[in-house]
Design a protein around this ligand. Sequence first.
Ligand code: ATP
Length: 234
Amino acid sequence: MSPPHGRPKEGSLPEGDEGARPGPGGTARSAKGASCVKRIGLFGGTFDPPQLAHVALARCARDTLPLDEVRWIPAGSPWQKTRAISDARHREAMVALAIEGERGFVLDRCEIERDGPSITLQTVHQARQREPDAQWFVLIGADQYNNLHTWRGWRELLSLVTLVVAERPGVPLQPDPAVASMPHRVLPLPPLPISATDIRARVARGEPITGLVSDAVASYIDRHHLYTGSASGH
Ligand code: ATP
C-alpha cells in the first residue's frame, strides 16, 4: 500500500530567504541585494523533446528566484524511465535549439558524459566540487516532486540545494510526507498542459505540434524523423 500523502510545506522558505543563507563558502550577502554568490538552477530531464512548458518553467525560475544561470541537463540514462528514449545526441541537440538566445540558459552535458544511471545527487556533488561558492537550486515539475522520495539520496540532495517546484495540470502537489516536511519553493507559473509524451504521440499520429515546441525543435524532429515509429518509444 502506498504511504498516505502529507500536505507540502509550501512557502516554508520565504521568498529570497534561501539566498541569504551562507553558501559553503560562507560569502552570501542577500538574494535581492548585491550578492556575490552565483545562483545556479539545475534543470534535469529527459527532454525527449524539450517543450515549451520546460522553457516557461526555466524562464520563470530565472526571473523570479532570480537565477544567474539555468543549466539544462539532459539525462544520459534516466533510470526511472521504462520506455525507450531517443539517442542522447538528438535530445542534446534539441535542448541546444530550445534554449538558443535565452539569457542565462546553458546546456550542461555532465549526465550524458557520465557512465551509469543519471542521479541528480551525483550531478550536484560534481557541480559543487567545481564551483564551491555557488548556490544551487533544483528545478522540477509536480510529477517529479511527488516522486522525489524515490530519488537516490533525496535527503542529502535537499540538504544541498533549494528545491523549486512547478505545478502541472491534473497533478496535485502530493509528495511523500517526509518530502512535504522539507522546505521548497513553488514557482508562480500557471499549470501548462504540455508534455513530451503527448508531443511524441501527436508526431506519431502525424498531427501538428505547433505551440508545443519551438519552431527550431519542430524542424529538428521533422528532419530526423523522430517519434514516427515504434523505435522512438513514444
Ligand atoms: P515525458 O512526458 O516524456 O515524461 P516531460 O514532458 O514530463 O516528459 P521531462 O523531460 O521528463 O518532460 O521533464 C523535465 C522536467 O520538467 C521534470 O521535472 C518535469 O516534471 C518538468 N515538466 C515537464 N513538463 C512540465 C509542465 N507542463 N509543467 C511543469 N513542469 C513540467
